[in-house]
Design a protein around this ligand. Structure first.
Ligand SMILES: Cc1cc2nc3c(=O)[nH]c(=O)nc-3n(C[C@H](O)[C@H](O)[C@H](O)COP(=O)(O)OP(=O)(O)OC[C@H]3O[C@@H](n4cnc5c(N)ncnc54)[C@H](O)[C@@H]3O)c2cc1C
Length: 435
């Protein structure tokens, strides 16, 4: 670990919203201006309350940020609008006339250097189906929690490793480290994208919000009827309630609570593990993958890359999706990741196919002090943690963020929804409280 800023933090966002100055005596403080903080602040203002959002970074959006690279919008964090039918940002995007587009359902398959055959594609789809059904049934069988990997059924044949790899990727940890009871709760189908990037969309939603940037919070104290939120610079903002949206991995160390949080809440926070998922951003004009926005499954080589998203919005940009084992195998070093990506791609397209490939950046969210991971993962035995965190503390501290979402955990939509939920609960409490 070095003191150098993580690679993605060296790029400026493509879209910078105009923010309002936060009031000195707000009804409610929101800690963090990522999806959950933006969702919370928008809902509190709709409810007629005054709000001050305190954000550690010098930008909004948290783990969703879009930058401009070689004239194109590139997301360095979140990119898919998952679970379209229940994602509040899809609903809101449609109402606002945002440029949403459906993600293609089909993907490229390459087995070694050749395209996959129709029977291989069918076998792969069948294996994923079988696994999904088996895991969903096993999670509901009433037995004790166990690693999600234990519920992979027999009969997946040569596709077993691929199924485990892909599910491990979307989980943020290998399936042996993921709770079976929690895993199937994720709503993953029906994905969309947005032109100009997901981070830029969130930045538009932050327009006009009262946010203080570069203001890390170091402490939350309960005082009389309210709270005092203390910044790392030694300032304090008093309010009637606070909504804390800092990632749970950050919360453990960065924010001191006085009096300390109840043991059940502390145990819920401490029990999550940090999900690892990073993007290697590829600029590859001559890539053999045609069309736009298709995933590519590369199988049959010595190295098994978990994911490749090709020709984003029809541009020469691609993402290699890196999981925890690939990051561990490279020691997390950016250049080692670049070499791994080149080795993997060369197996499938030959070295000459990579002549115009460049890899301008590899994200490092796990090293970013304001995220310390890509999302929170529930290990076996820890499944009640998401619900436990929804309980307010002393009727004046609410938590929100992707980690609390049951059906959309690890996503921007889930974080936004949890922000709005916490805002409603806090607003109900504040508006009904006699002064
Ligand atoms: C590479 C990558 C790809 C992803 N892909 C997708 C995807 O395609 N689709 C999807 O839906 N999700 C994706 N995700 C997950 C998604 O980005 C997150 O789930 C979501 O952005 C979390 O929102 P949040 O508001 O809970 O947290 P954050 O976005 O992390 O927001 C929390 C905010 O709190 C701030 N903060 C932290 N500590 C403090 C403090 N002490 N004081 C003040 N502020 C503080 C942070 O700076 C941050 O702005 C991806 C994540 C990564 C890393």
């Amino acid at each position: 670990m070095t003191d150098k800023p993580p690679a993605h933090a060296r790029f400026r966002p493509s879209s910078i919203p105009r923010l309002a100055p936060p009031p000195a005596n707000p009804d409610i403080v929101v800690i963090g201006a990522g999806a959950a903080g933006i969702g919370a602040a928008r809902r509190l203002l709709e409810r007629g309350l005054s709000v001050a959002v305190l954000e550690a970074r010098d930008r909004v959006g948290g783990r969703a940020v879009t930058v401009r690279l070689r004239g194109h919008a590139v997301d360095l964090g979140a990119h898919w609008l998952h679970a379209g039918s229940i994602n509040p940002l899809v609903r809101l995007g449609r109402a606002r006339g945002e440029p949403l587009r459906r993600a293609p359902q089909d993907s490229h398959v390459r087995v070694g250097r050749r395209p996959g055959r129709p029977e291989e594609m069918r076998a792969s789809a069948r294996a994923f189906d079988l696994a999904d059904r088996a895991m969903t049934l096993a999670a509901r069988d009433g037995g004790p929690d166990r690693p999600a990997a234990d519920a992979l059924p027999p009969g997946l044949g040569p596709w077993r490793a691929r199924v485990a790899l892909v599910h491990g990727l979307v989980s943020g940890r290998p399936l042996g480290e993921v709770s079976l009871h929690d895993f199937p709760s994720l709503e993953y189908g029906d994905n969309l994208f947005i032109a100009g990037g997901y981070g830029a969309y969130l930045a538009r939603l932050a327009h006009g919000l009262p946010v203080a940037l570069s203001t890390p919070v170091a402490g939350v104290a309960r005082t009389g009827e309210g709270v005092r939120v203390e910044t790392a610079a030694g300032a304090a903002v008093s309010a009637r309630a606070v909504i804390v949206t800092a990632p749970v991995m950050v919360l453990r160390e960065a924010i001191r609570f006085d009096p300390p949080l109840p043991a059940s809440i502390r145990a819920a926070i401490d029990g999550f593990s940090n999900g690892i998922y990073e993007h290697a951003v590829l600029h590859w004009p001559s890539s053999p993958f045609r069309g736009a926005d298709r995933l590519a499954s590369l199988v049959g080589g010595r190295h098994a890359p978990p994911g490749l998203l090709t020709r984003i919005d029809g541009t020469p940009f691609h993402y290699v999706e890196l999981d925890a084992p690939s990051i561990a195998a490279t020691g997390g070093d950016e250049d080692a990741v670049r070499r791994l990506v080149r080795r993997v791609l060369a197996e499938h397209v030959g070295s000459r196919g990579l002549r115009d490939l460049s890899i301008p950046l590899v994200s490092q969210w796990r090293r970013d002090p304001w995220s310390l991971g890509s999302w929170a993962v529930v290990p076996p035995g820890h499944a009640p943690a998401r619900a436990a965190l929804r309980e307010p503390v002393g009727e004046r501290i609410w938590f929100a963020g992707e980690a609390l979402s049951h059906r959309q955990w690890g996503t921007v939509g889930g974080a936004y929804e949890e922000g709005a939920r916490a805002a409603d609960a806090a607003a109900d409490r504040v508006l009904n409280r006699t002064p």
